[in-house]
Write a protein that binds this ligand. Structure first.
Ligand code: MEV
Length: 334
């Protein structure tokens, strides 16, 4: 090793990992104040941060091409794509009083992007955690939650906070704006299957359209919100008691509401119906909608294999997911 690289290796560094997420109930309506139930999943983003001597913030991201879509508005590593990630780095340095610190940040994102799986929140959270840890600061989960609003607002306009809360805390949670995060103790894990429709969306536009509708159709939205409140409480209860049948039918009900407010997509509806015909206990879109993934509750592990096969035949990309229980984790070389 030459002298220069020995010096670089001694610069303070750290890494962090955060899971992606699915929403089992309440997306979109959570922005308007209803509770949502979400679960962290075993797809991750990983960030590495290392101080540099040139006083610049440099960010790069690596995403496997299979997780990208031609419809994604910006290519990875374009200025537009990296902007919210830079914002996350700068907000973190600002928060820990190191505004002038130069830092190199690299991110590996193994979560399909713009697919409703929390790729942006997960990336943001792992960056905040790695950057602060590299500077010798262990931010609390609460502090990471607050900081993550800065890039999330830039990206989504009006985030509820459910995405970052799930990526930070891990496990299954019931979330209500502005910051109520209740962990759900799950009796028996449901057997879940994800399927990516391959159609990618922009969360900001979808959330904006729902907020606008809620302002003009007040009465009907009041009714939807009270239905979602009941659905989310029912989903929490079904998870606690291990009742997958109840869970499935509540999720299907939730999908209907999301369809009514116009955030589904014909391909998502087709995947939901296909899953039900193939024996699923229930299914719904997950995340902002307009494309992305559906989440399916399966009665058995075998039926999950069968439904996944049907999805493949229909041109979807299935993922056998499990719950992540750890949330964000960071480490620094000793
Ligand atoms: C996106 O995963 C969930 C939305 O409800 C937006 C939010 O809550 O910030 C669509």
């Amino acid at each position: 090793m030459n002298q220069a690289s020995t010096r670089t290796n001694r610069l303070p560094s750290a890494q962090a990992r955060a899971p992606g997420k699915i929403i089992l109930s309440g997306e979109q309506f959570v922005v308007l104040g209803a509770p949502a139930v979400a679960m962290a999943i075993n797809l991750y983003s990983k960030a590495k941060a290392r101080s540099n001597l040139n006083k610049r913030v440099q960010v790069e991201v690596d995403i496997p091409t299979r997780f990208l879509s031609k419809a994604d508005p910006y290519p990875p590593n374009s200025q537009e794509f990296l902007r919210p990630l830079r914002i996350a780095v700068e907000a973190t340095l600002d928060r820990i009083g190191k505004r002038r610190q130069g830092i190199d940040v690299s991110v590996d994102c193994e979560i399909p992007i713009a697919a409703g799986l929390g790729s942006s929140a997960s990336t943001t959270v792992s960056i905040i955690s790695a950057v602060s840890k590299s500077q010798g600061v262990d931010l609390s989960r609460k502090e990471i939650f607050k900081l993550a609003f800065v890039p999330e607002r830039y990206l989504h306009g009006k985030p509820s906070g459910v995405d970052q809360a799930t990526c930070i805390y891990g496990g299954s949670i019931e979330f209500t704006r502005p910051a109520s995060i209740k962990p759900i103790r799950v009796q028996t894990e449901p057997i879940l299957l994800l399927c990516d429709s391959g159609i990618h969306h922009e969360t900001k536009t979808l959330v904006g359209s729902v907020v606008k509708q809620s302002e003009t159709k007040r009465k009907i939205f009041r009714d939807y919100l009270s239905q979602v409140r009941e659905i989310s409480h029912g989903v929490s209860k079904a998870l606690r008691s291990g009742d997958s049948e109840d869970l499935g039918s509540l999720m299907s009900l939730n999908h209907e509401l999301l369809r009514k407010i116009g955030v589904s997509h014909p391909k998502l509806d087709r995947l939901v119906n296909t899953a039900k015909r193939a024996g699923a206990l229930g299914a719904k879109l997950t995340g902002a909608g307009g494309g992305g993934c559906v989440v399916v509750v399966c009665p058995t592990a075998r039926s999950r294999e069968r439904i996944a096969k049907v999805f493949r035949r229909e041109g979807g990309r299935p993922y056998m997911i499990t719950k992540d229980t750890d949330g964000v984790e960071s480490s620094a070389p000793s």
